[in-house]
Design a protein around this ligand. Structure first.
Ligand code: ZN
Ligand code: ZN
Length: 412
């Protein structure tokens, strides 16, 4: 490491050295490692190939539920959801008796590495694809830049640390359902590094492409080719590039291409009576067209006096289920906050997703076979760095939320 500009920073019990050159951490939404392998194989990702040869290529485990918000918050806090509190995109607030989106910083229980560095004097910038993550990721950031591609036409110095982000990036405003939304994020990262020279940039894309296109297909390779070009530019501008993902992605269909769905609310209604149990799908968010709110993780609230052990065993016996836990065991295994989970936690297998009631899922927007995530089967993600790492204990279980630790503490 070159000389340190500042003393190491302590965040949530972990220590991070000051960056010796600009650090760009990229969370590629839904980036199953095979997307990168196949893009390199097809010859469309020459920079990533070079990075894997000259830098560091590792695999790590994402957080289960393997959804966007819990994992992005784990990455920026360096902690599991049991610590930071964000265990889904959506949850049932038992105290308020309401189902609510979890994208408000009031639900965040830990500070972020980005905010801590900004408070210590680092220049930081955060760019997300969808606006739903912006306020969480920008929480307590001091004098930094934070905006989303989705709302790049509506930024101000006061709110986002930058006026007219759209004009600044110089691309048209992308549709929220397009590959351009992620491209805008990468383009913004390059523009920021060229002009504002932040010490730390966090970029978070969207998995629109990954929900539609399997690894190695033309649509996927086109996306990774685009990404490859921007990563190369970030590298050429002198940045440390660190890449990970919030979760992987798998087909959730039978051989014909029809989704394999277990409608848990319907099942529990049959067993216990209509609406006696409440099934919550933490994948739920306002942008469900590309996955119909179907993922491989669910939690259910059961009535007082319910025989939890019996229900756990009965659900576990359904074809397509991977594991079912009571709250305490599930929260222990997946490091989740007990006060924000239901009485039971259900994870389906790789090819199966969980729904509430058949009539509550609009699958008409699915014009290609369903691909989704949420389960243990989407837990493995890449950890890539454009510099060699040293001093990583090989017996340690690496997590996507170790990306800042490796990038700041372990690169040569
Ligand atoms: Zn995601
Ligand atoms: Zn997704």
């Amino acid at each position: 490491m070159a000389e340190m500009k500042n003393a190491p920073i302590n965040v949530n019990g972990r220590t991070y050295r000051w960056m010796d050159r600009p650090l760009v951490v990229v969370c590629v939404d839904g980036c199953e490692p095979d997307y990168i392998t196949q893009a390199m194989q097809a010859g469309v990702a020459p920079y990533l190939r070079e990075l894997c040869e000259k830098g560091t290529s590792l695999l790590g485990d994402a957080v289960v539920p393997s959804f966007t918000n819990p994992n992005n918050l784990s990455i920026v806090t360096g902690t599991p959801p049991a610590v930071h509190g964000i265990c889904g995109n959506y949850f049932y607030d038992r105290d308020a008796d309401k189902e609510v989106m979890m994208n408000d910083p009031q639900y965040l229980r830990a500070g972020t590495i980005i905010a801590k560095f900004s408070q210590a004097g680092a220049k930081v910038a955060v760019v997300t694809a969808k606006d739903k993550l912006r306020t969480l990721l920008g929480h307590q950031v001091k004098d930094g830049i934070c905006f989303s591609a989705e709302k790049a036409n509506d930024t101000s110095k006061a709110k986002n640390g930058i006026d007219d982000a759209l004009g600044f990036v110089g691309l048209p405003l992308p549709s929220v359902y397009s590959a351009h939304l992620s491209e805008f994020v990468f383009a913004a990262g390059v523009k920021l590094l060229e002009t504002r020279k932040p010490d730390l940039i966090y970029l978070s894309t969207t998995d629109y492409v990954q929900h539609k296109d399997a690894p190695g297909t033309p649509g996927a390779n086109e996306f990774y080719k685009m990404m490859d070009g921007y990563l190369k530019k970030l590298d050429q501008l002198g940045a440390t590039v660190a890449l990970t993902a919030d979760h992987g992605m798998n087909a959730k269909t039978d051989a014909k291409g029809d989704p394999n769905v277990i409608y848990l609310q319907d099942t529990l209604d049959q067993w216990l009576g209509k609406d006696v149990a409440r099934v919550i799908l933490p994948i739920t968010d306002p942008y469900v067209v590309h996955h119909g709110a179907l993922g491989s993780f669910a939690t259910a609230y059961l009535p007082a006096g319910a025989k939890i052990g019996e229900i756990v065993a009965r659900i576990a016996a359904l074809p397509g289920i991977e594991v079912v836990y009571d709250r305490a065991s599930g929260c222990r295994r997946f490091e989740l906050p007990e006060d924000r989970m239901g009485d039971i936690i259900i994870v389906s297998e790789r090819l199966t997703v969980l729904g509430t009631s058949r009539e509550r899922h609009d699958l008409s927007g699915l014009n290609v076979p369903l691909r989704s995530h949420g389960g243990i089967s989407e837990q493995t993600v890449p950890l890539l760095f454009n510099r060699r790492a040293n001093g990583i204990d090989r017996s340690r279980r690496l997590r996507n939320f170790d990306v800042f630790d490796i990038a700041l503490n372990h690169l040569q």
